[in-house]
Design a binder for this molecule. Sequence first.
Ligand code: PGA
Length: 247
Amino acid sequence: MRKKIIAGNWKMNKTPKEALELVKLLKDKVNTDKSDVVFCVPFVELIPVLEELKGTNIAVGAQNMYFENSGAYTGEISADMLTEIGVKYVIIGHSERRQYFNETDKTVNKKVIKAIEKSLIPIVCVGETLEQREKGITVDFVRIQIKSAFQNVTSEQAENVIIAYEPIWAIGTGVTATSEQAEEVCSAIRKVISEIYDQNTADKIRIQYGGSVNGSNAKELFGMADIDGGLVGGASLKEDFSNIVNY
Ligand code: PGA
């Protein structure tokens, strides 16, 4: 039985002061018994949020990292910087990073490998555009993204990676994929993992759905056979996040 994992992706929202207000509001409201819960906050908020969450079971994640260990990469953050302060997860290859910051399947793969090497758990994002969906190539496209992201990753490593299926047309739009649409792609992703590795790895890996998840649709989405939780943007900035976690 896979444990659900529900992660909030705050994106570029909340100042450090506002972040602490939100964490204080949410930390006693979310039930961490049946699901793993992660707050993926902006870099400058990692330390104060980690402090505030001490003594809880809520984990903290970053929204990005670089694939080199250290060096002349102005503006970047390394995996060691994250692990030293207690960060456990890192979102990799979010569609906004692919769209606005030129991240590619290749850089996503390098980041996945580095994160694993440094004992961070990657939350790898994949998902199609509306145009690709309308052309009927959603599953083909997502299969390529997954195959590329997992290159040179062993099955033992892969089983701890989290995959987030996020159709781009559903992100921040209020248009959620139906539970059937989400399940179709999440089950196709599990199948690709079984092809790359084996059924055992596919059975263990956790696959989230993301894209306009809220307190009203979480239960149905998370009830689907291959959906093991969610990556939540807009609704993670509000009290509603506790309804999602406690779905
Ligand atoms: P959304 O964002 O919940 O606001 O649609 C999800 C995400 O981009 O991770």
